[in-house]
Every structure is written in structure tokens, then in C-alpha cells.
Design a protein around this ligand. Structure first.
Ligand SMILES: *Cc1c(COP(=O)(O)O)cnc(C)c1O
Length: 411
């Protein structure tokens, strides 16, 4: 899992630099460092989608050739996504989002074995998993939440110890959306296989950023989301292992081999297929260019500023993610100033009820509230440039220094 070197697949397309140049000049106002939150649609993805939003509007389930052509396009999307994941096209189920994929996997696992009413998951999962588990707990399930250490790492032995004879499913994310920390999934899934327990992974942040080959894994389920890999919002997919029993969440028509009812969101499915094809050819870029930008950001920022610390394991994380604590400074104040300068990033805390709450992920890492409240997440992507980074490295230290001078709490 830690080996995120990509083999040279040989179909990297040089024309890809063209749309990018056009793209950047069209929007030189915004520097977007929030790619774990959502990504921009790749122009080639949009181009493939357009016919299905205009003249190719037939229902893929239709019994005429007009619909059959649309069906062919969704079939190609299954093939492209399967190629990225290293699985069979029939193992791909398109859904409406990453959240639905996570919910479906957990729902299916619980339905498959009604006698088993126990779920094992981690304290740092996305709410798509955590809140589903909370709802399941209200319906009589037991949920064991495994903690992480101060670096955000998980101990496989603790997962193993948490599994009981009545465990229906173990759900562990591949990589964390806030810190980028990567979990040892191969070992965890091996433990689950040994114990005969269904294993699901929320791989929304991993797909397109790390190499995935499901043929080498023993997962029952894997969830992903279009808008985290340069496809549109509102489309996701669930990998369902061909040997796994399955119970749909959305029930109705026979779409997606009877595993997800509802007329296909054709344009978005086509878009996700194309995004998957592009992701296969840009994996190397994620691990070289994007990683280099992120590393330069951290190195130069920390050379300019004292008391900037990385939240989460600095080595064992996604190549694009930088979660930093600016000790002694209110991150919200930094975020507002960055926003005024056209730089987008995310808070390490959320302001859901009026009061600023440290994120459940940072809290799970046993971080003080002060440190969590001084934390920001910067997530890079393939459209970011060195020139943008120059600008951020000029603006951000100034903002932090100004705020530190104002604040009597300077660390
Ligand atoms: C974004 C995200 C989701 C939810 O995906 P949606 O398509 O927005 O529903 C789930 N898990 C993780 C880790 C995410 O980052």
C-alpha cells in the first residue's frame, strides 16, 4: 500500500497539457488548494459528457437503437473504471455519490448476514460511514470504533481484536480525507478474510492518487466518488466483488445488473468513466508533480515560519495532502485572509453549530483543541502550478506573521 509508484502505462497523452493551459488563464483569480473537497471537471471529461446532455438522450434501457447506443456508452464507462481498479466491468456499480456507495456497502453487508449485528470501523472515517454506523447503532447494531494514534495511524492488531463472531462488516477507509494518512489495507483485508468477515473500504480519496489493483486484494466492497477525481458531482461507484452476495439499497428497476435501481445518470457515468481512464494515465503525475508541489509548499513554508507542524504521518500519506497546524494562530482567521486573496483551502475544524469544533479526525488523533483550531488542510491537484505556489508562499507567511503579531497567544 505504501508503494505508490506507478508503472509506466504508456498511454499518457501529451495533448493533455493543452486544455490545462487554457484552463488556467481563464481563472487566474483563484488558487484552488482544496482538491480533497472537490475537483474541477477535466475538460476532456466534459467533452465526452456533452452529447449525453444534448442529442443522445435515449434511455439506455430502451429497446431501440437510439437507446442501445447510450447503453454502449455506459458499458464503456464500466470497462474504463474496471481497468483503473483492476477488476471486472461487471463488478462496478454506478451510484449517485461516494456517500451512497458507502451506505450501500454497509447496508448490503448487514442484510447479507442478518444474524450478525456488529460493525467494526475507525474513528477517522468520513461521515458517510460514521453516521451510517450511528444510525445502525440506533437500530440495534453494535459498533466498535477503533482509535488511531497521534500520527493518525491505525494498529491492525486492534482491528483484529475488535472482530467478533457476530461481526457483519469491517469498514476502513483507504486514505483519510483530512490528513491524507494511508491505512494498511492489505493487512486489514487479510485479517478479515481469515476471520470470514466482509471488508469494505471507502477509497474515495485514494482512487486516482494511489495505484489500486483489486485483483490482488480480497475486498468485498470499495467506494469511490466522481467529483474527487475530476468527474462531476453527483456520481459515484461501488465495487462489488463478484463472489460477494449483494443486497441493493435503492430498489426498483433492473439497472446496474439489478444492483442499483433508477435510470442511469448517463452523462455523469460517462464522465466518471473518462475520468477513470485519465486517472490511470496521470497517477504518475500525482506522485511526481503534485507531490513535488506539496513538498515544496511544506518545506518553504516551514523555512519561512516557525511553529508550523504537520498533522498526521508525514511519510505515510497521500502525495497531495498537507494538513498543517500554525501554532498559536486561529486557523479561521488565516482562512478568511487567504480567501480574500483568492486562495482556497479548508479548516481543520468545522463551525456547524456556531461554535468552532475541532474536526473528529484531529480530535481522534488526541490533538489539543488549540492545535486543531490552528489547523488548515491544503490539498493539491494536477491543475496547480509552480507560479500559484510562488504566490501562496508569498502571501501565507505574511498573513501568519501579521496574525501572530496581533495575537498575545503566540506559540
Ligand atoms: C468526499 C468523500 C466522501 C463522500 O463522497 P460524495 O460523493 O461527496 O458523497 C466519502 N468519503 C470520503 C473519504 C470523502 O472524501
Amino acid at each position: 500500500m505504501r508503494n505508490i509508484q506507478e508503472t509506466n502505462r504508456g498511454h499518457r497523452n501529451n495533448s493533455r497539457s493543452r486544455p490545462r493551459t487554457k484552463l488556467m488563464s481563464a481563472e487566474n483569480q483563484i488558487i484552488y488548494l482544496d482538491n480533497n473537497s472537490s475537483t474541477r471537471i477535466d475538460p476532456e471529461v466534459l467533452e465526452e459528457m456533452m452529447p449525453f446532455l444534448t442529442e443522445r438522450y435515449g434511455n439506455p434501457s430502451g429497446s431501440h437503437r437510439f437507446g442501445a447506443q447510450v447503453k454502449d456508452a455506459t458499458k464503456l464507462a464500466h470497462e474504463r473504471l474496471a481497468a483503473l481498479l483492476g477488476c471486472e466491468p461487471t463488478e462496478v456499480v454506478f451510484t449517485s455519490c461516494g456517500t451512497e456507495s458507502d451506505n450501500t456497502a454497509l447496508h448490503s453487508a448487514l442484510q447479507m448476514t442478518p444474524a450478525r449485528r456488529h460493525i467494526v470501523t475507525t474513528a477517522v472515517e468520513h461521515n458517510a460511514v460514521l453516521n451510517y454506523c450511528q444510525a445502525a447503532a440506533k437500530n440495534g447494531c453494535d459498533v466498535t470504533i477503533v482509535e488511531v494514534d497521534e500520527e493518525g495511524n491505525l494498529d491492525v492488531a486492534e482491528i483484529e481484536q475488535a472482530i467478533r463472531p457476530d461481526t457483519a462488516v469491517v469498514s476502513v477507509m483507504w486514505a483519510n480525507n483530512e490528513t491524507g494518512v494511508i491505512f494498511p489495507l492489505e493487512e486489514i483485508s487479510a485479517v478479515c478474510r481469515e476471520k470470514g468477515v466482509v471488508f469494505h473500504t471507502d477509497a474515495v480519496q485514494a482512487v486516482g492518487k494511489t495505484k489500486i489493483n483489486l485483483a490482488e486484494q480480497s475486498f468485498q466492497f470499495l467506494a469511490l466518488s466522481g467529483h474527487k477525481l475530476h468527474a462531476p458531482k453527483g456520481v459515484g461507484a461501488l465495487y462489488v466483488n463478484r463472489n460477494s452476495k449483494f443486497h441493493p439499497l435503492v430498489i426498483g428497476g433492473p439497472q446496474e445488473n439489478g444492483r442499483r435501481a433508477g435510470t442511469d445518470n448517463v452523462a455523469s457515468i460517462v464522465g466518471l468513466g473518462k475520468a477513470a481512464e485519465i486517472a490511470a494515465s496521470t497517477l504518475e503525475e500525482e506522485n511526481t508533480q503534485v507531490r513535488a508541489l506539496r513538498d515544496r509548499f511544506e518545506t518553504e513554508l516551514r523555512a519561512q515560519l516557525d511553529d508550523v507542524v504537520i498533522n498526521g504521518d508525514a511519510e505515510n500519506r497521500l502525495p497531495n495532502t498537507s494538513n498543517l497546524a500554525f501554532l498559536g494562530v486561529d486557523a479561521q482567521a488565516i482562512l478568511i485572509k487567504l480567501d480574500q486573496a483568492g486562495i482556497c483551502c479548508s479548516l481543520g475544524s468545522s463551525c456547524t453549530t456556531g461554535a468552532v469544533e475541532p474536526s473528529h479526525v484531529l480530535r481522534a488523533m488526541h490533538m489539543t483543541n488549540e492545535r486543531a483550531r490552528s489547523s488548515l488542510r491544503f490539498s493539491f491537484g494536477r491543475y496547480n502550478t509552480e507560479a500559484e505556489l510562488d504566490r501562496v508562499l508569498e502571501i501565507l507567511p505574511r498573513i501568519v506573521n501579521t496574525l501572530r503579531q496581533l495575537s498575545p497567544l503566540s506559540a
